[in-house]
Design a protein around this ligand. Structure first.
Ligand code: DGT
Ligand code: CA
Ligand code: CA
Ligand code: ZN
Length: 576
């Protein structure tokens, strides 16, 4: 028999919410309310539904009558719900998507689906923009306009967001919750704790014996625009910026289990639960329980859960089911680069090109961050859009850098550098004689993104053939949430980089994070070393280095793999 994971309380609750929605769309009276009540109770249930079913105690759950108890037994027993499947079959396709929009109830959704053949939010947007919605009975021009507004809101609230944009906001909320007297513990969870490059929604977990108080404080935080769900264990809000934040509050006794569960990833959790099943244990958000004895093995602190499985602690950034459990079992997890391990920034812009601050200002800000050096890599002339430097201005800049270094008296070093363009044939826009005088040469592709994979690969490899090139900047050219990477054979680029001793950049700019975590790990497999660069255009943005370190960690890198975790003297060994 195929292995099936136990159904969780939340899965049953989610199914019941959907049943309620679909029944409501059909116009069935009372029953939708009953399913919603039951779903709420299941979400708040402090024990595993499977246990309650086994011990025949479903009637003890408030809001669960005979009919719903039967449905729960069915779902827990078979892993699916015939009623839900039938409802999904029966209703016009897409109706349940449309009712997720504000202002679209069941009646409107059915009319849109039946009369205009609309199945998706995209369909609806097209129809409303074409003015085809206003003519439906009960709609009108104003409704059509409102629909377009709802779609916009839906998209922002539903879309993904850059880690770099969200992490500061999430930390602020975390700090506010931590300052409440009734909160014992609080932590970010979900993808934001794993420092994924983009975030669907922010998950926060708190431990408190007075959840109502915590929920009240949360729902009334400044910046909260709408409360989506408000309950004793889970409250979801949408901030004015369109970001959804989910707060779950648990009792302290199983904070660790809840943190492990809600940190995910889902794939990592599934792999963990398989380990539990193999030992006849049960792992969920309430704890790790030995089914033979009924005793709780772990759950109060997260580390205890990994320990119980004889696994080394797994950093959240690694929890993607990409081999981390096996590595934790065999003691071969990487000793990940720390957030404080970076000693300097190898990609910084100044007012000389498109930046906002002077060399001295950038140096001072970098020093305040505890760095030992930075490399000023302003754009070269060919990149007209970015006010690139001519050879003459580059020479002027070098004199200014010398002056700043003198003033810093050897306590801090500003390295000279450039971010020059790799042209269509792999040539750079400064002559070799000039590049030879610079400490750090970053070479990047800024044009001709439509080349074939072969052309692009040859172009970048050709640039690495120039002995002055130290670093390939943002090697795939992607812009998160807006531009796909260009076509390039990264294995070939990595082979060449490793052979020639060229560093590949992990660009920490929140909209780039290029290379990606997956790229980083495979490039390391080819023996590549990396440089971390903030690509800061002002002094505040030097701090975005953190997001580059997150990528490095998610790519399993140790400090040895990264040139700028080294002191200046050793760094020079990584430069050509
Ligand atoms: P996101 O928000 O799309 O960036 O990604 P996550 O990982 O934050 O996902 P989210 O917010 O849906 O759920 C937060 C965590 O809760 C997730 O990482 C693992 C856990 N979780 C959620 N749904 C499930 C599920 O159906 N099964 C399991 N095993 N875990 C789940
Ligand atoms: Ca999330
Ligand atoms: Ca969530
Ligand atoms: Zn660039």
């Amino acid at each position: 028999m195929a292995e099936r994971l136990p159904v969780t309380n939340l899965e049953v609750a989610a199914a019941f919410y959907e049943v309620a929605d679909l029944l409501e769309i059909k116009g069935v009276p009372f029953k939708p309310q009953a399913y919603r009540r039951a779903a709420l109770a299941l979400e708040a249930l402090p024990e595993d539904l499977a246990d309650v079913v086994r011990e025949d105690r479903l009637d003890e759950i408030p809001g669960v009558g005979k009919g719903i108890a039967d449905r729960i037994r069915e779902f827990v027993g078979t892993g699916s719900l015939a009623l839900l499947a039938a409802l999904r079959e029966e209703l016009p396709e897409g109706v349940q998507h449309l009712t997720r929009l504000e202002g679209i109830g069941p009646k409107k959704a059915i009319a849109l689906s039946r009369d205009l053949g609309i199945r998706t939010v995209d369909d609806l947007e097209a129809a409303a923009k074409a003015g085809r919605v206003r003519d439906l009975p009960g709609f009108g021009e104003k409704t059509e306009q409102k629909i377009l507004e709802s779609i916009l809101l839906y998209r922002t609230a539903k879309g993904r967001h850059l880690l770099g944009r969200i992490l500061p906001v999430a930390r602020e909320i975390e700090a506010r919750l931590a300052s409440l007297p009734s909160v014992r513990q609080v932590s970010l969870a979900g993808s934001i704790r794993r420092r994924k490059e983009t975030i669907g929604d922010v998950d926060i977990l708190a431990a408190s014996s007075r959840p109502e108080e915590v929920m009240e404080a949360f729902a009334t935080l400044p910046g909260v625009e709408r409360v989506l769900v408000r309950g004793p264990t889970k409250t979801s809000v949408v901030l004015a910026t369109g970001i959804q934040v989910d707060l779950r509050v648990v009792e302290g006794g199983h904070f660790g289990a809840a943190l492990q569960y809600f940190t995910g990833s889902k794939e990592h959790n599934i792999a963990m639960r398989k380990l539990a099943i193999a030992r006849n244990w049960r792992l969920n958000e309430y704890g790790l329980v030995d089914l033979a004895t009924g005793e709780t093995v772990a759950g109060e602190d997260e580390a205890g859960i990994y320990r119980a499985f004889d696994l080394a602690w797994i950093e959240p950034e690694l929890r993607e089911d990409r081999g981390e459990l096996e590595a934790a079992r065999t003691g071969t997890l990487p000793d990940l680069v720390g957030y404080g391990a970076v000693r300097g920034d190898l990609h910084v812009h100044t007012r000389w090109s498109e930046g906002a601050h002077s060399v001295a200002e950038m140096a001072e800000a970098a020093r305040a961050l505890g760095y030992e050096y930075i490399a000023i890599c302003d754009h070269a002339e060919a990149l007209h859009i970015a006010r690139g430097l001519s050879p003459e201005r580059l020479a002027d800049q070098a004199r200014e850098i010398e002056r700043v270094n003198r003033e810093n008296g050897g306590e801090f070093t500003v390295l000279t550098g450039t971010e020059c363009n790799i042209d269509l044939d792999g040539n750079l826009d400064f002559p070799d004689s000039l590049l030879a005088d610079l400490d750090v040469v970053v070479a990047s592709v800024h044009s001709g993104f439509n080349q074939t994979e072969r052309e692009m690969t040859e172009r970048v490899v050709a640039a690495m053939g120039n002995e002055h090139v130290d670093i390939i900047g943002h090697p795939t050219g992607r812009i998160l949430l807006s531009r796909e990477p260009y076509r390039i054979d990264l294995s070939a680029v990595s082979e060449a980089a490793a052979t020639l001793g060229v560093l590949l950049e992990i660009n920490a700019y929140p909209g780039r994070l290029d290379l990606s975590d997956v790229n980083v790990r495979s490039a390391r497999g080819h023996g590549v070393s990396f440089s971390l660069g903030s690509d800061a255009h002002n002094k505040e943005s030097l701090r975005q280095m953190e997001f580059g370190v997150a990528v490095a960690r998610r790519g399993w890198l140790t400090p040895e793999a990264i040139a700028n975790t080294r002191p200046l003297q050793e760094l020079r060994g990584f430069l050509r």
